[in-house]
Design a protein around this ligand. Structure first.
Ligand code: SF4
Length: 255
């Protein structure tokens, strides 16, 4: 007869062996410093943040995704990975909600030894979870959420920014290719942005930062050209590799 501990452990193993994915597909990267690269996207289901301009609302409910075992997902990776793929992008939703799955799958990609790099795009809401996956990730997009995103309420915003700052620091310290992305809308506060830029560049060695992307929203509260130039002008004096880059995949009708 099995002990109660054995039964509980078996149950936990079963839970740990479940991965909720929204979708997995090959497409052209449309964001950030690596736009234009052929990419396998693994979109995790589930996100507890509430960005009002979120462009993947279908991926926010964890149970809205399809449930797989690890071996199912490994098979899906093998079936969907095309020749000449530059990277595997762990995205969401918020991939850190299922950080054990990210860790396991990123390790699986690295173990294939076929030079495909691993990439995480995350809100970086949890430094401890980010630290767990980092050894298996080559490229980190660290996104900072401005308060007008409504990702979290006012009381929790500073905690979110602190986690994002710590994730940025540890990614750079571990010599990952690391860049920053910030989404700007017509409502984003210039003074809040200026304060954040000062905090960021007081904490990191900018020589080891791979880029800074200002991403304007599209179709919803789009910032004007003048606003984008104002944000650019705040970053450029401290960090010259700043770029304003919209989401390009939408132009070619890609996901
Ligand atoms: S963190 Fe990403 S997935 Fe979550 S609500 Fe914001 S934009 Fe959407």
């Amino acid at each position: 007869m099995h002990s109660i501990l054995h039964v509980l452990k078996t149950k936990q193993d079963m839970l740990d062996n479940q991965i909720y994915l929204s979708e997995i597909f090959t497409s052209i990267e449309g964001e950030g410093i690596l736009f234009g690269t052929k990419t396998l996207f693994i979109r995790f289901a589930g996100c507890h943040l509430k960005c009002y301009w979120c462009d993947t609302p279908y991926s926010l409910e964890i149970k809205g995704g399809n449930r797989y075992s690890f071996s199912d997902v490994k098979k899906l990776i093998n079936d969907n990975l095309q020749p000449n793929t530059y990277k595997v992008n762990f995205t969401g939703g918020e991939p850190l909600l299922q950080y054990n799955a990210v860790k396991e799958l990123a390790k699986y990609i690295k173990d294939r030894n076929d030079e495909i790099v691993t990439y995480i795009e995350s809100s970086c809401y949890d430094y401890n979870r980010f630290k767990e996956i980092l050894p298996y990730i080559d490229i980190c997009k660290v996104e900072f959420k401005m308060s007008d995103s409504n990702a979290v309420d006012y009381k929790h915003h500073d905690n979110l920014i602190n986690n994002e700052l710590e994730c940025l620091k540890i990614a750079i310290q571990n010599k990952k290719v690391t860049y920053i992305k910030i989404v700007i809308t017509s409502l984003t506060s210039l003074s809040e942005f200026k304060g954040l830029i000062e905090r960021i560049f007081s904490k990191i060695d900018k020589e080891n930062l791979a880029g800074f992307i200002i991403q304007p929203t599209s179709s919803i509260n789009e910032p004007s050209l003048k606003q984008l130039l104002d944000f650019y002008d705040i970053v450029y004096p401290v960090y010259r590799e700043v770029r304003v880059v919209p989401q390009l995949h939408k132009i070619i009708g890609a996901r």
